[in-house]
Design a protein around this ligand. Structure first.
Ligand SMILES: [Zn+2]
Length: 237
């Protein structure tokens, strides 16, 4: 999924996003339409209705139309917390559903996870249009199961990619750096600490660098773990 910006012009701010905003939540919507993210953003930007959203997400891309520091009109709660504190995400292709919608939903879960990570929010900050006005939105996401969507967000939030997955041998005294990619800083551990010493190095974007130093005697070995999941094993030589 790519994320691009196609922001509403300043001349439309008074209609689409008149207030500055300190967001406190994400508000999930379904478009109830069969148009792409590009077309949803174009339609929203070009009309003069007080209807707007921050992001539209389809099966290929997410497009940001309004900055998260401006409000949007989407939650049907007037000047309530949905419209005035919510980052609105529209999930495309919900009218007919099918594979395009399912992929769009996955992409929306990924986008939501990245927003939660940026603000340090948890799943309780993921809300739905229905919470604010009772409208049956996000209609298809609700029909398929809201807890299921929250679970997708959670999966995306805690997924960890490691640049090292193969078991290895390390000479005594040697240091090796592991790069983990994750929205949240992973808990990085190695056995009981007698064979490998671990140290957090640095964060660069969503990349977290950890060092392991071989301190155990030759022949000793142990597993290396991120959030309790085994990544690889090391044998000291
Ligand atoms: Zn909605």
């Amino acid at each position: 999924m790519t994320l691009t910006q196609n922001l509403v012009p300043d001349s439309k701010y008074s209609i689409k996003c008149p207030y500055s905003m300190s967001p406190t939540r994400v508000v999930i919507h379904n478009t109830a339409n069969d148009a792409s993210a590009e077309n949803e953003v174009a339609y929203m930007t070009n009309n003069d209705a007080q209807v707007s959203f921050h992001y539209a997400v389809d099966d290929i891309e997410a497009i940001q139309a309004i900055l998260e520091t401006r409000n949007a009109w989407h939650a049907g709660d007037g000047n309530g917390r949905g419209n005035r504190q919510g980052v609105a995400i529209e999930i495309c292709y919900s009218r007919s559903g099918g594979p395009r919608f399912e992929q769009a939903e996955k992409n929306a879960a990924e986008l939501t996870a990245s927003i939660l990570a940026r603000y340090g929010w948890g799943l309780e900050q993921v809300t739905k249009h229905q919470d604010y006005s009772g409208k049956n939105c996000p209609h298809r996401t609700l029909a398929l199961g809201w807890p299921r969507f929250l679970d997708m967000v959670k999966q995306a939030l805690y997924a960890i990619k490691s640049d090292t997955t193969m078991d290895m041998h390390l000479p005594e005294g040697q240091v090796y750096t592991v790069k983990l990619t994750s929205y949240k800083k992973p808990a990085f551990t190695a056995g009981n600490g007698a064979v490998l010493k671990t140290r957090f190095g640095k964060q660069q974007g969503w990349d977290w660098y950890f060092q392991i130093k071989a301190i155990g005697p030759p022949g000793a070995g142990c597993g290396v773990y991120a959030n309790g999941e085994r990544l690889f094993a090391v044998t000291i030589t």
